[in-house]
Design a protein around this ligand. Structure first.
Ligand SMILES: Cc1cc2nc3c(=O)[nH]c(=O)nc-3n(C[C@H](O)[C@H](O)[C@H](O)COP(=O)(O)O)c2cc1C
Length: 387
């Protein structure tokens, strides 16, 4: 792809747009500094701050579906955090049973735990203390976390990657394979109750590229799931700063297009539009440039399984970051709505996932330019009680 075209985009399927175009001063003025501030405003581990705040200021940097940031917390007593799902931040069309949202909450818990440990606090985590909730989450807590001071803890070496981790949705470098030993190091970073797998064989990578692209192509052509993504697109600095979540389409290049009336996300819902063809032209190379895959599956599909999958997925993402390897979750073939169901069966066959098991996370790996961080709501805005 010519470098100018690269500026574009992550779009649907959690995707985005890249906008690396150097547009001089305009580029600098269009950076949504406030929306990116939480990446810099974590509390120092050695500060006298309440350790719960230290840990929360890191946990909100966790990956999560469509960057909805579905976490909501109560600070209870002097040492406990209760984690809830913000039920308004779910994705009913692409995630009808809240499985992926729960995985995102698992990612949050893992980052919280790693940051607490690094600050010298052990966490005692009880998930779903009020019971598990199916088919959808409800108002009961997702986890209760007690902080216990423990001077004997060793910080997890993955801690440093919290700030550097990204979901990289851009086209990867197809001339640079990933060494199998590195892929094994990524899957080997898991430490919760999950099963891990990888795809490194060239012929299988090719089949997986096709399968994951077809699933995404189906999603962008299926009205309600596609609209769910389109409705969450934030175009330009003002929209991103007003709602630092969802799918951010920022940067000077895209903002210029938007000002010229050339970038209206709603156009993506019309399969005959230029906007739709442009999205395909950007999304497809990203999927077709995967240089391997890693995945997390679980023996069952309880809420605790989904939490464990999130905890291990973010560990993969940290380990890959440490190794300089890009990761990009590609979830369409794992989703539970009718139109993509055939792709789940195909992925299960391809990856040898037993019928009783659940494929929870699938991500591409490869080498590529590092994207900017994605926006975040500050952690204080997610504290419901005890602020
Ligand atoms: C359960 C889960 C599913 C995801 N699925 C996708 C996906 O299908 N496509 C995609 O581009 N990103 C996917 N993501 C990545 C999120 O879009 C990303 O974490 C979020 O936008 C925040 O960006 P960051 O990870 O760079 O901080 C997924 C993340 C999680 C936790």
């Amino acid at each position: 792809m010519n470098p100018d075209r690269r500026k574009i985009l992550k779009v649907m399927g959690g995707g985005v747009i890249v906008a690396a175009a150097a547009a001089g001063g305009f580029l600098t003025t269009r950076t949504p500094h406030r929306a990116l501030a939480p990446w810099k405003e974590t509390h120092a581990l050695s500060s006298n701050e309440d350790p719960r705040r230290i840990a929360l200021s890191h946990a909100i940097l966790a990956p999560n579906p469509h960057n909805r940031q579905p976490w909501l917390v109560d600070l209870v007593g002097a040492d406990t955090v209760e984690l809830y799902c913000d039920l308004n931040r779910r994705l009913p069309h692409t995630d009808p049973f809240d499985r992926q949202i729960t995985i995102g909450l698992g990612c949050f818990l893992e980052v919280l735990d790693i940051a607490a440990n690094a600050a010298g606090w052990r966490t005692e985590i009880e998930t779903f203390p009020g019971g598990e909730n199916f088919p959808r989450l409800d108002k009961r807590p997702v986890a209760r976390i007690k902080f216990v001071e423990d001077g004997a803890l060793n910080a997890d070496p993955l801690f440093d990657q919290i700030f550097l981790r990204r979901s990289n949705k851009d086209e990867l470098d197809v001339s640079r394979p990933v060494a199998t030993s590195d892929v094994a190091a990524i899957t080997g970073s898991a430490k919760h109750e999950t099963l891990q797998g990888m795809v490194t064989d060239a012929a299988q990578i090719e089949r997986m590229r096709k399968l994951t692209w077809e699933a995404l192509d189906t999603e962008i052509r299926t009205y309600l799931p596609a609209k769910e993504s389109v409705d969450l697109m934030r175009v330009g600095k003002a929209e991103i700063e007003a709602n630092p979540d969802g799918i951010d389409l920022g940067g000077a290049f895209l903002e210029s297009l938007s000002l010229l009336g050339q970038l209206d996300p709603k156009g993506m819902l019309d399969q005959n539009s230029a906007m739709f063809s442009q999205s395909v032209a950007i999304l497809k190379p990203s999927m077709m440039s995967a240089m391997g895959y890693v995945y997390v599956k679980t023996a069952g599909n309880t809420r605790k399984d989904q939490i464990a999958a999130g905890r291990d997925y973010v560990r993969f993402n940290f380990k890959a970051t440490e190794l300089g390897i890009a990761m990009h979750p590609v979830s369409q073939s794992l989703q539970e709505y009718e139109e993509v169901a055939p792709y789940y069966l195909a992925a299960r066959d391809e990856l040898g996932v037993a019928e009783s098991e659940t494929l929870q996370m699938l991500a591409t790996i490869g080498y590529g330019a590092k994207p900017e961080p994605s926006p975040r709501w500050g952690y204080e805005t997610r504290i419901r009680k005890g602020a």
